[in-house]
Unconditional design. Structure first.
Length: 361
C-alpha cells in the first residue's frame, strides 16, 4: 500500500460524514449501472387466480415478531440531528405499516455517548422489529458481546445487524483487518444467543456469496441479509465522498463490484433453505420485492428509495410505502399466491434473460 497523506484518511469516522453520505445518496450518481438481476425474471400471468385481491395476505414474522408486510427499511443512518430526523420519519412509517427497520452503524455512538440519542426511535415506533448495527471490521479491534449489548440497549433493539463491507473499507482506507473474522463472529453469536438477541450478518451492497453464507451459518448467525449489487453502490458513495483524488479513483475503480442481489438470494438459498433471509440492494418497487421473495427471500429491504421518499416528508414516504405494498399485493394476486408461502414456492417465476425484449417505445 502506498503511504497515505492526511487527506487520505477515511471520512466515515467523522460524524459530519453522516450528513455527507445522506446528501450523496440523495443523488442518482451512487447507483450501479449493473442491474440487481430481478429484470431477468418475469412472473407468468394467471388469468384465473382463483382468489380476491382483498384476500391476499402480506403478514409474516421474523425474529419472533409479527410484520404486517415482508418489507424492511434498510439500515442507513443516525448519530447527528439530521439523520435522527430522517430516522424518526422512517420509524413512524415502519410503525404505521408494521414494517421492520434498522438504524445505520452505531459506531460513532459507541465511541461517543453524546451521539446515542440521535439513534433512538422507540418513542415513535414502540412495536417495530428494530435492528441495531455495527461493522464486523470492529471485531478485529476487540469489539464483541459487550459492544453488541450496548448497541442493542442504546436503541432498545430486538436484533443486531453485523455488517460486512471489506470492499467499502478498503476503498475508503478504513478498517481492513478481516482476519479470523469467522471465529470472532462465532464468539459473538454464542454470547448474544445466551442473551436472547439474534445476530444477522449483512453485506452493505456487494452481496453475500454461497461460500460466505456457509461460513456465517456455521458460525451461528440467526439470519442473513444478502445485500447485493444493483442499487446503491457503496464504492461509488465513497468515491463521491473522498477527500483525496487517490481515494476517489479507488472508489470509482470498484464502483461496479458486487454480486447482483437476485444471484445473492439464490446463492444463500443454495446453502440453506431455512436460514431467515433478508434481501437488500436494488429493490425499487413492489414487483422487485415480489421477485425477491419468489427467489427465496423472506423479507425485502430498501435503503435509498426510502431515504429519497423520507427526504420529501412523511406524506411522500407513506405514499411510497403504500404503493410498494399495493404492487406486491397485485403481483401476488396475478400469480394466484394468497400468501407469502405460496409466493415463495411459486413455479410462476420464469428466467426470461434469454428472451428478446422489445425496446421501450
Ligand atoms: C445513506 C445510506 C447510509 C447507509 N449506511 C449503512 C450503515 O451504516 N450500515 C449498513 O449496514 N448499511 C448501510 N447502508 C446500506 C444499505 O442498508 C443497503 O444495503 C444499500 O444501500 C443497498 O440498498 P439500496 O439499493 O436499496 O440502497 C446505507 C445506505 C444508505 C443509502
Amino acid at each position: 500500500m502506498a503511504d497515505l497523506d492526511a487527506t487520505d484518511a477515511p471520512a466515515t469516522r467523522d460524524p459530519a460524514s453522516k450528513t455527507q453520505h445522506i446528501d450523496v445518496c440523495l443523488t442518482p450518481a451512487v447507483e450501479y449501472r449493473k442491474r440487481p438481476g430481478f429484470e431477468r425474471y418475469d412472473f407468468v400471468n394467471q388469468a384465473l387466480p382463483e382468489l380476491a385481491l382483498d384476500d391476499v395476505e402480506l403478514a409474516t414474522s421474523l425474529c419472533g415478531k409479527e410484520l404486517r408486510a415482508p418489507l424492511m427499511i434498510a439500515p442507513m443512518t443516525g448519530g447527528v440531528a439530521r439523520a435522527h430526523e430522517l430516522n424518526l420519519r422512517l420509524a413512524r412509517a415502519a410503525q404505521h405499516f408494521g414494517l421492520a427497520m434498522g438504524v445505520g452503524s452505531q459506531r460513532v455512538a459507541l465511541e461517543d455517548a453524546e451521539r446515542a440519542p440521535f439513534f433512538r426511535v422507540r418513542t415513535v415506533a414502540p412495536d417495530i422489529l428494530l435492528f441495531a448495527n455495527f461493522g464486523a471490521a470492529q471485531l478485529a479491534r476487540g469489539w464483541g458481546v459487550e459492544h453488541a449489548c450496548r448497541a442493542v440497549d442504546m436503541i432498545e433493539a430486538d436484533a443486531l445487524y453485523l455488517h460486512f463491507n471489506p470492499v467499502q473499507e478498503a476503498a475508503q482506507g478504513g478498517d481492513v483487518d478481516f482476519s479470523d473474522v469467522a471465529a470472532r463472529v462465532r464468539e459473538l453469536c454464542t454470547g448474544m444467543r445466551a442473551r436472547g438477541v439474534p445476530v444477522f450478518a449483512r453485506e452493505v451492497g456487494f452481496g453475500i456469496s454461497a461460500d460466505a453464507a456457509r461460513v456465517l451459518i456455521e458460525a451461528g448467525v440467526s439470519g442473513i441479509d444478502c445485500a447485493g449489487a444493483g442499487g446503491t453502490s457503496w464504492a461509488k458513495v465513497e468515491a463521491l465522498c473522498a477527500k483525496s483524488e487517490r481515494r476517489r479513483r479507488m472508489g470509482a475503480a470498484f464502483g461496479e463490484w458486487g454480486i447482483p442481489t437476485a444471484d445473492a438470494i439464490r446463492a444463500v438459498r443454495s446453502v440453506s433453505q431455512r436460514i431467515p433471509l433478508i434481501a437488500t440492494g436494488g429493490l425499487r418497487s413492489g414487483l422487485d420485492l415480489a421477485k425477491a421473495i419468489a427467489l427465496g427471500a423472506d423479507v425485502g429491504a430498501m435503503a435509498r428509495p426510502m431515504l429519497v421518499a423520507a427526504n420529501g416528508g412523511d406524506e411522500q414516504l407513506a405514499g411510497f410505502v403504500a404503493d410498494v405494498l399495493d404492487e406486491l399485493r397485485i403481483a401476488m394476486f396475478a400469480v394466484g399466491a394468497a400468501d407469502l408461502d405460496a409466493l415463495r414456492g411459486t413455479r410462476q417465476l420464469r428466467d426470461v434473460s434469454h428472451c428478446d425484449v422489445l425496446p421501450a417505445r
